[in-house]
Design a protein around this ligand. Structure first.
Ligand code: DAH
Length: 370
C-alpha cells in the first residue's frame, strides 16, 4: 500500500475495504473531501470552479472516473453492486453541487462586473441610420403623384436594341436627333444583333403598346445612359420617368390638364405652367413644360436666370407614326407622352447645383435629406 497514491486510485482490496461498511466509509471520506473543496470556492471565481469540475468530473483523470477504474472494475462480484450504487450517488451529488455552484458563480460574476467594471450610465453606441437617397425620394414622390391619377408603374430593360431605342420611336438611322443621344454599345461577337444601353425610358412606350391594348396609362421610372462627359449638369448614367397615356378620347386639353396637375402637386399650388413649342420625333405637336420659378414666383432671379420660368421636361401628343410601329389604329386613338429627368427634378426641388453630388455618396451631403 502506498500513501502517495490518492485513495481513489487504490483498489478496495489494497485499502482493506471488503465489507459494505468499509466501502461506505471510503465513499463518505471522498464525499467529505469534495464538500470541503467546494466550500472553499470563492463566489464568482469561474476559473476555480472550472478547475474543480475537471478534477472531479474530468473524463480521463477526474476522481469519479478513477473510482470507477480502481474501485468498481476490479471489485469482486458481490461487492460490485454496492460500489456501483454508492458511486452513482456520489456522482449525482458532485454533479448537482457543481451545477448549483456554477449558477451562483455566474450570477456573482455578472453582478461584480456591473458593480466595478462597466459604468452603466455611459452613453451607448449610436448606430448610424441610413436615409433614402434624394433621387429615390424624388422618384417616389413623382410616382405618388401619377399613381394618384390612375397611372401605373412599369419598368423595362436598360439594355435595348436600336429598334426600340430609336426606330420605333420614329428616329431613323440618320436622323439628327440621334446625335444628342449617343450611347454605349455592347461589344458582342461579330454577327450578333446590335445592343446598346438605352438613352431614355421612351423605348418602354413601344414595349407597353406592343403588349397591351388601350387604354394605356403608365409611367416608367428607370436608369438611362448617354455618352456625355460628367459636369455639373451631365452624367453618363442618370434617371428618367417616362409617361404615356393612350385612349380613344385623349385631347390636347387632357394632356395640358394632367401636366398642370402634376406641376402644382410637385412644386406647390401657386405654381403656373407654360407649354413651349418644341420638337421630338415621337410627339406631334411637342412641347417643353416650364414652371413659374419656385424661388422668385416668376419675377426673375438668379435661379431662373432672370427668365421667371424653369424648364421642367419634354412632352407632346404621341405622333401617329409611332402607332404604326405597334399596330395601334392611329385614326381611332390619341394620347400624350412625357419624359423627365429625375436628377433635374431633385436638383430643382432641393436646390442642388451640381448633379455629381448625387452620385458621390458623401454622407455630409446625404444627411441633409433625412
Ligand atoms: N425621351 C426624351 C429624351 O430623353 C424625353 C421625352 C420627350 C420623352 C418628349 C417623351 C416625350 O415621352 O413626349 O430626351
Amino acid at each position: 500500500m502506498s500513501d502517495a497514491k490518492p485513495i481513489q486510485e487504490q483498489t478496495l482490496a489494497e485499502q482493506g475495504a471488503a465489507t459494505s461498511e468499509g466501502i461506505a466509509a471510503l465513499f463518505a471520506e471522498v464525499r467529505a473531501r469534495f464538500d470541503a473543496e467546494t466550500s472553499r470556492l470563492a463566489a464568482g471565481d469561474l476559473p476555480a470552479w472550472t478547475a474543480l469540475r475537471n478534477a472531479w468530473l474530468g473524463r480521463s483523470s477526474g476522481v469519479i472516473t478513477a473510482i470507477g477504474d480502481s474501485w468498481l472494475k476490479p471489485a469482486p462480484l458481490d461487492a460490485k453492486r454496492v460500489v456501483g450504487k454508492a458511486l452513482n450517488e456520489l456522482k449525482a451529488h458532485v454533479e448537482r453541487t457543481l451545477e448549483e455552484l456554477r449558477a451562483r458563480a455566474e450570477a456573482a460574476g455578472e453582478a461584480g462586473t456591473a458593480a466595478g467594471g462597466v459604468d452603466l450610465s455611459l452613453p451607448g453606441l449610436r448606430r448610424a441610420l441610413g436615409t433614402r437617397h434624394p433621387i429615390c425620394q424624388t422618384l417616389e414622390e413623382l410616382e405618388r403623384i401619377f399613381l394618384s391619377i390612375g397611372f401605373s408603374v412599369v419598368e423595362g430593360p436598360e439594355i435595348e436594341t436600336p429598334y426600340y431605342n430609336f426606330e420605333a420611336l420614329n428616329i431613323p438611322e440618320h436622323h439628327p436627333a440621334r446625335d444628342t443621344m449617343d450611347t454605349f454599345y455592347l461589344s458582342l461577337p461579330k454577327g450578333s444583333p446590335e445592343l446598346l444601353l438605352r438613352t431614355h425610358t421612351s423605348p418602354m412606350q413601344i414595349h407597353t403598346m406592343e403588349q397591351q391594348q388601350p387604354p394605356v396609362r403608365i409611367i416608367v421610372p428607370g436608369r438611362v445612359y448617354r455618352r456625355d462627359n460628367p459636369d455639373s449638369t451631365h452624367s453618363f448614367a442618370f434617371h428618367q420617368i417616362e409617361g404615356l397615356a393612350v385612349d380613344t378620347d385623349i385631347t390636347f386639353c387632357e394632356f395640358k390638364g394632367t401636366v398642370e396637375y402634376f406641376v402644382r402637386e410637385f412644386l406647390g399650388p401657386k405654381t403656373r405652367t407654360r407649354l413651349r413649342p418644341s420638337y421630338f420625333p415621337f410627339t406631334e405637336p411637342s412641347a417643353e413644360v416650364d414652371a413659374s420659378c419656385f424661388a422668385c414666383d416668376g419675377k426673375g432671379c438668379r435661379i431662373c436666370k432672370q427668365a421667371g420660368w424653369i424648364e421642367l421636361f419634354g412632352s407632346g401628343m404621341v405622333d401617329p407614326a409611332v402607332y404604326g410601329f405597334v399596330n395601334y389604329d392611329a385614326k381611332r386613338l390619341s394620347g400624350f407622352a412625357f419624359g423627365m429627368g429625375v436628377e433635374r427634378m431633385a436638383m430643382m426641388r432641393y436646390g442642388i447645383s451640381d448633379i455629381q453630388l448625387l452620385y458621390q455618396n458623401d454622407v455630409r451631403f446625404l444627411r441633409q435629406f433625412q
